[in-house]
Design a protein around this ligand. Structure first.
Ligand code: NAD
Length: 486
């Protein structure tokens, strides 16, 4: 008999305790071999003065068990409360968010019978560092960070997931026609890693048309891997068009710790009435069972749940006269699933999970390629100014006066559009200007940090409010910076 696996459970707020009890009831009936440690998270913890909604002691439990089954929580209204999910994700480096979005036609209403898409969202990078600045009276900024190691991890995870789950294709969405350096890196790494998985088809779509296609023809997709922000938006869209957000579970996977949950919130208005559908949390728990290697239990529990869907035993949120057979509460639904353990669906496709132990232990950290560091050379600097004292030509003339010491002004742009020299009078200019300085010898020639520091000193002496600088660097001779639109 295999040993029990320790897991950490949080019952959460609102409908959380009811759907967790229902989920655990089904897991027990299916023979899950679990030792449960419970922790308190959410509203009570927030209101007791902990801004993160989770006690430091609870982290010890997560470090011990490395597996977290989490019910939804209520974030109290008002400022100052940090998202618990973001805290857990960042603390434990949960880099992959995995969300299967499946339609259960004809038993649950959907516009897309046959939809079976898994969204794999990068969970740590992109604009989610929350690095934002108000730089001028008019202009704010948010940093979008995409790293090679972060992208390699998520893309490799998507291909490994596809292979483990007999998926045929991995699709990548980016906007690299506009963000050529950041999204461009994501796309490039995707293509590099895809070449290692010759058994799996791969393709790339620009995210706008890809999103339209996914919403219209989800059957064209299998596994979709995306940077964080696009993944955030499209994983909700995908769950919604599959049928109901109440039916989707999700996994947040890290190198050593993983968290499993429903995608919906704590639905406070439904709390305590034995009404809520526990299916989202339950399907998250099925992913957890696969993660800890209890694929036999996962398969039994999941097939019993599919059979229950098929038998028309539905909670209020998916109940439909003429399609559903019996409207049940949370508890009765769990009992109906538990009673079907050992049965398989007859119309819906039964699931089968490959056995083989802790199969989520993937190879994601393995470097994709022996990438040697490229030769980096500083070739200029962009000096950003908060300036509202006149026209682009007037600023150009003032900036030219800072030329010298081997540096010269090459151009000025405003919100990414070149306005000097030779701008268009129609271009609207904000109070946020980018002044690009390069070597006297021309763009691409080396400049030193000392030259840049002296340039800033000259700017300060002339009374300019510089708000930030970005060094321009070449990597193996190729520019690592974008050019303004002419
Ligand atoms: P929600 O997901 O809780 O509810 C949205 C709608 O879906 C409501 O009409 C609700 O009744 C219904 N619904 C949700 N889950 C259901 C279920 N299992 N069965 C039946 N109906 C269900 O979203 P919300 O109302 O925007 O947020 C409520 C609270 O949940 C907020 O405090 C929010 O911060 C929190 N929240 C938590 C999480 C999380 O813990 N992961 C995620 C999202 C929202």
């Amino acid at each position: 008999m295999a040993e029990n696996v320790p897991i950490t459970v949080a019952r959460g707020d609102g409908i959380g305790p009811e759907i967790m009890e229902a989920t655990l009831h089904i897991l027990r009936a299916a023979g899950a071999r679990l030792d449960i440690e419970e922790i308190e998270i959410g509203e009570k913890v927030y209101l007791a003065g902990n801004a993160a909604g989770i006690e430091p002691g609870a982290f010890d439990s997560l470090r011990r068990t490395k597996v977290f089954l989490k019910a939804p929580i209520t974030t109290p209204q008002g400022g100052g409360y940090k998202s618990l999910n973001v805290t857990v994700r960042k603390t434990f480096g949960l880099y992959a968010n995995v969300r299967p979005c499946v339609a259960y036609a004809p038993f649950v209403a959907t516009k897309h019978a046959g939809m079976d898409v898994v969204i794999v969202r990068e969970n740590e990078e992109d604009v989610y560092g929350g690095i934002e600045y108000r730089q001028t009276d008019q202009v704010t900024q948010c940093l979008k960070l995409i790293s090679r190691p972060g992208t390699e991890k998520i893309v490799r995870y998507a291909f490994e997931y596809a292979r483990r789950n007999d998926r045929k294709k991995v699709t990548c969405f980016t906007k690299d026609n506009i963000m050529k350096i950041t999204d461009g890196l994501f796309h490039k790494v995707f293509e590099e890693i895809a070449r290692e998985y010759t058994d799996i088809e791969n393709e790339h779509w620009i995210v706008d048309i890809g999103a339209a296609k996914l919403s219209d023809t989800p059957g064209a997709f299998d596994v979709v891997v995306l940077p964080n922000l696009y993944g955030d938006v499209l994983s909700d869209v995908a769950a919604q068009i599959a049928g109901s957000v109440g039916l989707a579970g999700s996994a947040n996977i890290g190198e050593s710790i993983a968290m499993f949950e429903a995608i919906h919130g704590s639905a406070p208005r439904r709390a305590g009435q034995n009404l809520a559908n526990p299916s989202g949390l339950f399907l998250g728990a099925v992913m957890m069972l696969v993660h800890v290697g209890q694929t036999d239990v996962a398969e039994r529990a999941h097939n019993a749940w599919l059979r229950t869907m098929e038998d028309g035993v539905h909670t209020y949120d998916i109940f439909k006269e003429g399609v559903s057979k019996e409207k049940v509460g949370t508890r009765e639904f769990a009992e109906a699933v538990a009673a079907r353990v050992g049965q398989k669906p007859e119309t819906l496709k039964a699931v089968s999970y490959k056995s083989g132990g802790a199969q989520e232990k993937n190879t994601s950290t393995r470097a994709a390629h022996e990438t040697k560091a490229e030769r980096k050379e500083t070739v200029g600097v962009d000096v950003y100014l908060d300036w509202a004292a006149g026209s682009a030509n007037q600023l150009g003339a003032a900036m030219e006066k800072l030329n010298g010491d081997g540096l010269k002004l090459s151009s000025i742009s405003n919100r990414g559009v070149k306005v000097y020299p030779g701008g268009h009078t129609e271009t609207f200019c904000s109070d946020h200007w980018r002044c690009r300085f390069v070597a006297d010898a021309g763009e691409g020639s080396a400049v030193t940090h000392a030259q840049i520091a002296r340039l800033l000193a000259r700017a300060a002496e002339s009374g300019f409010d510089f708000i930030k600088t970005e060094n321009l660097c070449n990597f193996d001779g190729a520019p690592g910076y974008s050019h303004a639109r002419e």
